[in-house]
Design a protein around this ligand. Structure first.
Ligand code: MF3
Ligand code: CO
Ligand code: CO
Length: 271
């Protein structure tokens, strides 16, 4: 996710079939990393070990790169965000996962000059009712937005839908970070807001590729950046969850490029 900024010029790149095919490959690799790391997300493992396993898989098995490693100086290959960490948690060898933790792992793979970006939540052992509900609501908010994606709709509708649903469940949307266009660039236009904002006039078109990646807090939506310059935490110490998919707008709806087998939503959505 990227910090919300105001772009001076608007230019949304529409991708052709060949470009989409490359984003699809990178996206499948990113999704695969979440599949392979799943059995390791257990009490006692460090976030640094999770990073190492993912890094090795990306480089040695996928013959690809982590787009996170070195991105604006980010020191590791994945982001691991535990409990009250909203996003951009830096893996390290001191942080040991405990039973009850809720953990977001965010992976961006770069393959043949194209990116795929996805994240999901893992529950370590069992967690609180709030933790479980927060993960369910956050995932559902992403799914509700994905179900809207088709040519001709206003981009604004996605954020509206996410906010409406999340707030109906008494949770809060984080507003400072947003989804993004993706392709040759890790982050490009448009910004995908996860809340209702002033209409920027953007209408979805086939060939647009972007992420949707709502961050949802169990308590208030306010957040702060830690001294390490990356880790973002909730101000009130409440739990935070996030799910992210990379999608392409198709003629009839969308294709979820980072779709995994365990999802409760079809890979291709048609209307
Ligand atoms: N993967 C994040 C996103 O969804 C960005 C992480 S940037 C990093 O956009 F440098 F923290 F890795
Ligand atoms: Co992203
Ligand atoms: Co991401």
């Amino acid at each position: 996710m990227i910090k919300i900024t105001l772009f001076k010029f608007m230019s949304i790149l529409i991708k052709n079939r060949k470009q989409i095919a490359k984003i699809r490959i990178a996206s499948r690799l990113a999704a695969e990393v979440l599949d392979i790391i799943k059995p390791y997300v257990l009490p006692g493992i460090t976030t640094g070990q999770l990073d190492k396993i993912c890094h090795t898989h990306i480089v040695q098995k996928q013959h690809a790169f982590s787009a996170c490693l070195g991105y604006r100086g980010f020191p590791k290959s994945i982001c691991v965000s535990v409990n009250d960490v909203v996003c951009h948690g830096i893996p390290n060898n001191k942080q040991v996962l405990q039973k009850g933790d809720i953990v977001n792992i965010d992976v961006t793979v770069l393959k043949n000059n194209y990116h795929g970006d996805t994240s999901t939540m893992f529950i370590v052992g069992q967690t609180s009712e709030t933790g479980k509900k927060l993960c369910e609501v956050t995932k559902k908010s992403l799914y509700l937005a994905l179900q809207l994606v088709k040519p001709g709709i206003r981009l604004q509708n996605l954020g509206k839908q996410i906010q409406k649903y999340v707030e109906s469940q008494n949770f809060s949307i984080v507003r400072e970070y947003c989804g993004h266009g993706i392709g040759k660039n890790f982050h490009e236009e448009p910004q995908i807001l996860h809340y209702d904002a002033e209409d920027n006039g953007i209408i979805l078109e086939p060939g647009m590729t972007f992420t949707i990646e709502p961050m949802v807090n169990a308590g208030e939506g306010n957040i702060h950046l830690m001294k390490d310059g990356w880790t973002v935490k909730t101000n009130d110490g409440s739990l935070s969850a996030q799910y992210e998919h990379t999608v392409v707008v198709t003629e009839q709806g969308c294709e979820i490029l980072t779709w995994r087998k365990d999802e409760l939503i079809p890979r291709i959505i048609t209307h």
